[in-house]
Design a protein around this ligand. Structure first.
Ligand code: HEM
Length: 223
């Protein structure tokens, strides 16, 4: 028996191993550019944040390079995440079943998925991560521009810059925590990483975790 991709409208024969397309190559490249940018931002940002972490600047060839590169990587992250946002915002809109899913978080954590409502492409946890990341990236880019003295020093007062540094640091701590949750969940739910590496998941994964999405896919109601 050969594995095959389910395309909208395809018949799925019981017993056949099935793989389901979840992300296009373009979406995956977009995702991994975003991921790499955030990791580089976290490392260079932490190096600038505290002398104890300054050794991390070595990865960028020293403190001056880390200082100069950090804001530019931030610009890459902003536009790259904008790409993800435009691709996925619709699938992350809050639906009625999301409240129920969240209220049964205990069942989620104890892997009792049979007690959860059927979910579409993303569950409530993924949606919260998505919207938190979206808000935090806007906060980070705006506070970051306010302290990017090389180009924008004249546009903000010292007091505004002080506030911006505080907001920027707090938002960075929160986004790193959200990122840890995102990566932990991607590893914890077996078979999820393949969605972002190969672009596909198994039919079993889709049936177990995103049944509503799979039903729509097979019936041709979504692509
Ligand atoms: C570097 C480590 C990362 C890993 C291992 C990782 C892994 C994954 C995986 C496996 C998925 C697919 C989940 C699914 O389809 O159910 C995914 C989706 C996604 N990731 Fe990541 N990711 C990482 C970093 C990031 C970063 C830094 C961001 C944004 C700042 C990000 C934003 C997203 C978004 C927006 C989605 C689509 C899910 C949604 O819209 O709710 N990821 N990631």
């Amino acid at each position: 028996m050969t594995a095959y991709d389910v395309q909208p409208g395809d018949r799925v024969n019981p017993g056949d191993p099935v793989t389901v397309s979840r992300y296009t190559a373009a979406a995956r490249v977009n995702h991994w550019i975003t991921a790499a940018s955030l990791v580089l931002l976290a490392i260079s940002g932490l190096a600038l944040f505290h002398p104890v972490l300054f050794f991390l600047a070595g990865l960028f060839g020293g403190g001056e390079n880390a200082r100069a590169l950090h804001p530019w990587i931030g610009v890459v992250l902003f536009f790259s995440f904008l790409g993800l946002f435009l691709r996925f915002w619709r699938a992350n809109l809050w639906r009625r079943e999301d409240g129920t899913w969240l209220a049964r978080l205990r069942d989620v954590l104890s892997a009792h998925e049979e007690r959860l409502p059927e979910v579409d492409k993303y569950n409530a946890g993924q949606k919260l991560v998505f919207w938190l990341m979206s808000i935090l990236i806007v906060v980070l880019i705006s506070s970051g521009l306010a302290i990017w003295d090389q180009y924008f020093s004249a546009y903000t007062t010292i007091e505004q810059k002080r506030l911006a540094v505080l907001v920027h640091s707090l938002a960075a701590v929160v986004i790193i925590s959200v990122w840890i949750v995102h990566v932990y969940a991607a590893i914890w739910v077996r078979g999820t990483i393949g969605a972002m590496t190969r672009g596909e998941v198994t039919g079993g994964w889709a049936w177990r975790h995103h049944r509503k999405w799979l039903r729509k896919l097979v019936s041709g109601k979504t692509s």
